[in-house]
Design a protein around this ligand. Structure first.
Ligand SMILES: C[S@@+](CC[C@H](N)C(=O)[O-])C[C@H]1O[C@@H](n2cnc3c(N)ncnc32)[C@H](O)[C@@H]1O
Length: 290
């Protein structure tokens, strides 16, 4: 695994990054497929600042705990999606399918929801979850968000929850989202986003990436400014970012590797709070021109 994708210059290729992610999410799907069956709703919603913790209890009402517990969300794109009956929705990197099932409720009875994920085991789990709740106006396709298995101009809303960060080709993924949207369609994403300028902190980029891993985002987060810029380049307009949650040292510090913890603890606590507070769970919305 170590050499996989390291080219002559020592940079990991997009294929290598995706292969590593796929292994990670394959393990996660297998674990979720088993342990989720014994999880309770309370455990799922209150243990960490990720997953279904971002959803109000009433949004999850009626869904089996096994499905709720399988969420690896880093925000709640439904909070700003305003889905309507009859709309066609696509969820990028749908994982085990919680957002697809929530969207399916809102677009029923005439709408339809697609979920796309590159990890076969996630797609299988999502199909099982949809079957468990008897939802039929959904379809899960295995595929990459950089090359979506959907024709042009077919969806009203593209959603994503904690996946654009993971893409080694984010501008390609956003161009694909734009392509499949109908004119006038909209995008609603939840992502870990950096709100602030990290270059002013006495800590290296590498250490910040390690901290990000521990925040649950295993590749990298964009700054609000960079995300906005990429969306504009892809052709989106009316871009708006809403911060749903700022990480705190209390949530993150004890999950960091010991060496990094002690280096951070040597800094002024207010600097540490400010640094960790730059990492946010945010939602972002944008529009494709009509
Ligand atoms: C952090 S999980 C989020 C899953 C789901 N959205 C949720 O909220 O529970 C990221 C998911 O995106 C998928 N993924 C990562 N990179 C992808 C890519 N380039 N194309 C398609 N799926 C991808 C992974 O397989 C994984 O299921």
């Amino acid at each position: 695994m170590k050499d996989l994708g390291v080219n002559a210059g020592g940079i990991r290729t997009p294929e290598a990054i995706k292969a590593e992610l796929q292994q990670f999410y394959e393990r996660m799907a297998k674990a979720n497929g088993q342990t989720a069956l014994t999880s309770t709703h309370e455990h799922a919603t209150r243990n960490e600042r990720y997953g279904s913790a971002f959803y109000p209890d009433e949004a999850l009402d009626g869904l089996p705990q096994s499905i709720v517990a399988g969420s690896i969300a880093c925000g709640n794109p439904h909070a700003i999606a305003a889905l309507q009956p009859g709309e066609v929705v696509l969820d990028l990197g749908c994982g085990s399918g919680l957002d697809v099932l929530l969207a399916a409720r809102q677009v029923a009875p005439t709408g339809f929801v697609y979920g796309v994920d590159m990890t076969a085991e996630m797609v299988e789990l999502a199909r099982r979850n949809a079957a468990t709740v008897g939802v039929t106006h959904v379809e899960f396709r295995q595929g990459e968000i950089e090359s979506l298995p959907l024709p042009d101009h077919v969806v009203d809303v593209v959603m994503a929850n904690c996946v654009i960060n993971l893409s080694p080709e984010q501008s390609v993924a956003l161009a694909e989202a734009y392509r499949v949207l109908k004119p006038g369609g909209r995008l609603t994403f939840a992502e870990v986003m950096v709100d602030g300028d990290l270059s002013t902190f006495p800590i290296s980029e590498e250490d910040i990436q390690i901290a990000m891993n521990c925040a649950g985002c295993i590749f990298g987060a964009l700054t609000v400014a960079a995300f906005t810029h990429l969306l504009e380049e892809a052709g989106f307009t009316e871009i708006e970012v809403i911060i749903q949650h700022r990480h705190t040292p209390e949530e993150l510090l004890n999950r960091l590797p010991a060496a990094l913890q002690s280096r951070l603890q040597a800094l002024d606590p207010s600097v540490v709070r400010e640094l960790i507070g730059c990492f946010t769970s945010s939602v972002i919305r944008a529009q494709k021109r009509a």
